[in-house]
Ligand binder design. Structure first.
Ligand SMILES: [Zn+2]
Length: 408
């Protein structure tokens, strides 16, 4: 008889998780991120929940039913209306169900998934509401650029939306800095005859890493710069560093490998369902076709950027480093990832926040791009033909602009 006891103990242990899952779920916070072609609503949860999402028509509504749950967020922080979501309300159609109703402006395509807790984030329910017309428009725009004229620079502002990136001691978010510098750079590029900027991210929303690659490809970019800011525990560390994609296999550089792992985790933090972006092109990222050429030109671009960033602030590594960054996966496009500085350093955080410094960094990235195009023979360097351009005042920068129209 003695031997029965441990079995009872075991049964009790097995029952515990079942009991725990029957406990009530809580929606603790709700956030809304607006992208050009969709809006993303994110619910913070205390535990895994059973839920369903469906549409109701006239008027258009999206309904989210969560079983055995209550809401303890007052939804006050939602900036409503957004281009999709007009209002959000909730109720209890039955005692067991929490119903959240979103009144939406048009017929949207809902898509939802649960994210497991990670990096301090709780269980999250993500509901993406895609605007079919806007999504179609985006596809058409990308197609149009096939007959492009001039040089196209894809500018990728790292992180966004659910993913703040690194956070400074004074709570400056990497995603804010990257977007500000990206927009400044786009301004300078677009003010330059024969050049066009494509902003991969235009606002505070998340773009999956592979989608960033896809967007750069669709825009037929001649180069891609992914903009970031780094963070470490030691607050005195400072300076910029520039990365290119490493060739097949693991990189020997431990620090670079760790950084790539950190940046590649953006998808999990920002919220990507497995296989959400399934483009066959993306799967050939390490194919041989463009590898050698592109790696060489990416290296030249990276060296150019380090050279120019020297004039804008401290440099952490004086030569480019390599690691396997997912965002650098467009093998046919010279692509680099730039860590502008350390946002974890209070003095550098202050700099990164200043719009004057942001402009300086953008000018440096632009100057480096021009250098690169010159070296690659994509533009001719000449004298006495300086063209007017916004955002550049120094003599050195004017000299950078003394170029002929791009020859393609
Ligand atoms: Zn980053």
């Amino acid at each position: 008889m003695k031997s029965i006891r441990p079995i009872f103990g075991l049964i009790a242990l097995l029952l515990l998780p079942m009991l725990a899952s029957a406990a009530e779920g809580e929606v603790r916070d709700v956030r809304l991120w607006t992208a050009p072609d969709h809006s993303r609503v994110v619910f913070d949860l205390n535990q895994k929940v059973e839920y369903k999402v469906f549409r109701l028509h006239s008027p258009e509504r999206i309904v989210i039913d969560i079983e055995h749950a209550k809401i303890i967020s007052d939804l006050k922080n939602l900036k409503l209306p957004d281009p999709v979501v007009q209002t959000v309300r909730h109720g209890k159609p039955t005692p067991d169900v929490l119903r959240i109703v979103m009144d939406v402006k048009e017929k949207v395509q809902p898509r939802s998934f649960l994210l497991k807790p990670m990096q301090g984030k709780p269980y999250r329910l993500v509901v993406d509401l895609t605007r079919p017309e806007q999504a179609k428009k985006a596809a058409v725009t990308a197609g149009e650029s096939k007959s492009k004229k001039g040089l196209i620079i894809a500018i990728d502002a790292g992180h966004g939306g659910e993913d703040p990136g690194a956070v400074g001691p004074r709570k400056l978010y990497e995603k804010q800095v990257t977007l500000a510098v990206a927009k400044e750079l786009a301004k300078i590029v677009n003010a330059t005859p024969g050049m066009k900027a494509v902003l991969i991210r235009k606002g505070d929303y998340f773009v999956p890493l592979k989608k960033r690659v896809l967007l750069a490809r669709k825009s037929k970019a001649d180069l891609m710069i992914s903009i970031h800011a780094d963070a470490v525990r030691q607050r005195n560390v400072e300076g910029a560093s520039v990365y290119t994609l490493s060739e097949r296999g693991a990189t020997q550089d431990k620090a670079a490998r760790a950084l790539a792992a950190k940046e590649n985790a953006a998808d999990e933090i920002g919220g990507v369902e497995i296989d959400q972006v399934d483009d066959p092109m993306v799967n050939m990222i390490l194919g041989d076709m463009f590898r050698r050429d592109s790696l060489n030109s990416s290296q030249i671009l990276a060296e150019s950027i380090i050279g120019k960033l020297r004039g804008a602030g401290p440099i952490k590594y004086s030569t480019p480093k390599r690691a396997r960054f997912v965002v650098l996966g467009a093998m046919e496009i010279p692509s680099v990832l730039v860590e502008l500085d350390y946002i974890s350093n209070p003095a550098r955080e202050k700099k990164l926040k200043s719009s004057k410094h942001q402009k300086r960094l953008a000018s440096a990235l632009f100057g480096a791009s021009m250098n690169f195009f010159e070296k690659m023979g994509r533009i001719k360097s000449s004298t006495g033909q300086a063209k007017s351009s916004a955002g550049l005042k120094s003599a050195a920068d004017q000299k950078q602009l003394a170029v002929n129209s791009p020859t393609l």
